[in-house]
Design a protein around this ligand. Structure first.
Ligand code: NAP
Length: 251
């Protein structure tokens, strides 16, 4: 019987693949058989080296996704270097923290442009390619703040809530064209993005107390969900936001 989770021969684009969740997802997809284009502003040399050690083709694609200027180039360079584009993981993202009364326009625009605007326009560029071939997978990285309000992160909450809606809209428009669009909502994962929370003793304790699994997530905890949503096993899963949160939302 063929393995429905096998990604052999598929080409995946992962944004923000040099570190954290993006690196872990890129390597999980590679371990499942996919070749990977590692997109970002910091060259993902370690990720590419590890993917090649797994026997996959892997390439660095340089792009600063704070604007939409590079999005078509990401698709073109991936197709040119790896011969196709089957899976897009929109992972690159930033966060800015300040009280709502003090929050600046710069902190609003920087986060929304990277986390939401570039995600849409990169999905559009990749979607045009995928629609042309009649199949494809897009996986957006959402957040607990796709469902909850959070605190001191207004532009991040707006962007990740927007990702939830955008995931469903794209699923609605593209499911019948063979493109599955879904999202993964990570819980509290130990990465650069959450370094400030991990370092804040009081916040760290209150977060830990609420996680039924009793620990912060590791980036590798996201790998299985990404492989599933990228694979044939998820052929009839559309517009879903899959929480990988150690039970946080169940509390
Ligand atoms: P991270 O370690 O800070 O990684 C963020 C990634 O995004 C890095 O590769 C970063 O590249 C890239 N990036 C940021 N701005 C970029 C830009 N303008 N152009 C290209 N790449 C850019 O954080 P992470 O926790 O792995 O975050 C990955 C995703 O998961 C984000 O969307 C985040 O919101 C989401 N998330 C994280 C958690 C968590 O608990 N950690 C929870 C929910 C959702 P550089 O290294 O060059 O900055």
């Amino acid at each position: 019987m063929t393995n429905p989770f096998d990604l052999t021969g598929r080409v995946a684009v992962v944004t923000g693949a040099n570190t954290g969740i993006g690196q872990a997802i890129a390597l999980a997809l590679a371990a499942a058989g996919a070749d990977v284009a590692c997109v970002g502003r910091t060259p993902a040399e370690e990720t590419v080296a590890k993917a090649r050690q797994l026997g996959r083709r892997a390439e660095i694609v340089s792009a600063d996704l704070s604007t939409i200027e590079p999005v078509q180039g990401v698709v073109d360079e991936t197709v040119e270097k790896l011969g196709g584009l089957d899976i897009l993981v929109n992972n690159a993202g930033i966060i800015r923290r300040a009280d709502a009364v003090d929050f600046t326009e710069e902190d609003w625009d920087a986060v929304v442009d990277t986390n939401l605007k570039s995600v849409f326009f990169l999905s559009q560029a990749a979607g045009r390619h995928m629609i042309g071939q009649g199949k494809g997978r897009i996986i957006n990285i959402a957040s607990m703040l796709t469902f909850q309000g959070g605190i001191r992160v207004p532009s991040y909450t707006a962007s990740k809530s927007g990702i939830g809606g955008l995931t469903k809209l794209l699923a609605n428009e593209w499911a019948a064209k063979g493109i599955s669009v879904n999202a993964i909502a990570p819980g509290y994962i130990a990465t650069n993005n959450t370094a400030a929370l991990q370092a804040d003793e009081a916040r760290n304790r209150s977060i830990m107390e609420r996680i039924p699994a009793g620990r912060w997530g590791d980036p590798a905890d996201l790998g299985g969900a990404a492989v599933f949503l990228a694979s044939d096993a998820a052929a009839y899963v559309n517009g879903h936001i899959l929480a990988v949160d150690g039970g946080w939302l169940a509390r």
